[in-house]
Design a protein around this ligand. Structure first.
Ligand code: 6GU
Length: 244
């Protein structure tokens, strides 16, 4: 996969992309990440990328001529239109399903906005998708782009140590993930649940499934609504929830 990121702050990305799973995926040739400074495409000697909004109001708006020039140059005017994703708090909210879909692309182009945002013509005629990472406002699209890249890269085959990991993670089955334990089995007054140290795989699987259900019921009941739960599991869950 190739990811191109257009931003006026390319240096912001250096730390997060130089560590951990993203770095390993880049080093392993699974993904290449190309940062482009939008300012390079500014047309005047002051390298202006923003201007006052027509009709007045606070803040500045990123200029369409500069943003189109930058994006079209990076896209190399490929005949088939590749996804150009604009990061904006007004976009559709990023969630697991979208992350999995995005990971299937050969190429992604991410546009990070600043100031009051982009000229509306960028939204209408350049972006193919607009994505937000949650209901709050960030100072710019850069942190959101980092979140998106990290989440997407995890779903590129080979990016994680074990192929099972991505499938078993929270949200993959529509549930939050069960608690994990490691040695020592006894720590202070807290011991590891019996089922996990039983050595019985079926027992472990059943315990994990039930813990997934319980955690999801407690923290994110909205996720449970659209899930298939057996009558037995439902009964067990009702019992647990009643005992809170
Ligand atoms: Cl994608 N951009 C900005 N500026 N703020 C956000 C966001 C994006 N997602 C949530 N808040």
């Amino acid at each position: 996969m190739r990811i191109d990121i257009l931003t006026i702050f390319p240096d912001m990305f250096r730390g997060p992309f130089d560590e951990s799973i993203v770095k390993r995926a880049v080093d392993g040739g699974l993904v290449s990440i190309h940062l482009h400074d939008i300012r390079q495409w500014a047309k005047d000697r002051h390298k202006t990328v923003d201007d006052y909004p027509f009709g007045g109001g606070p803040g500045m708006v990123m200029k369409p001529d500069v943003v189109f020039a930058a994006t079209e140059s990076v896209l190399d005017l490929a005949p088939q239109r590749e996804p150009v994703i604009l990061l904006t708090p007004a976009g559709r909210r990023l969630a697991h399903d979208t992350v999995v879909d995005l990971a299937r692309n050969e190429r992604l182009v991410l546009l990070c906005g600043h100031y009051e945002g982009f000229d509306a013509r960028v939204h209408e005629h350049l972006a193919t998708d607009e994505i937000s990472i949650g209901d709050y406002v960030l100072s710019g699209g850069e942190l959101a782009a980092m979140v998106l890249v990290d989440a997407v890269v995890r779903h590129i085959p080979g990016a994680l140590g074990s192929p099972q990991s991505a499938a078993e993670e929270s949200f993959a089955g529509g549930l939050l993930e069960a608690p994990h334990y490691t040695r020592p089995p006894e720590f202070r007054d807290w011991s590891v649940p019996e089922a996990l140290v039983s050595g019985n795989h079926q027992e472990v699987a059943k315990w994990r499934r039930r813990q997934n259900l319980l955690l999801t019921a407690r923290r994110r009941p909205d996720l449970l609504a659209s899930l298939e739960v057996t009558a037995e599991e439902r009964e067990w869950l009702a019992l647990q929830m009643g005992e809170q």
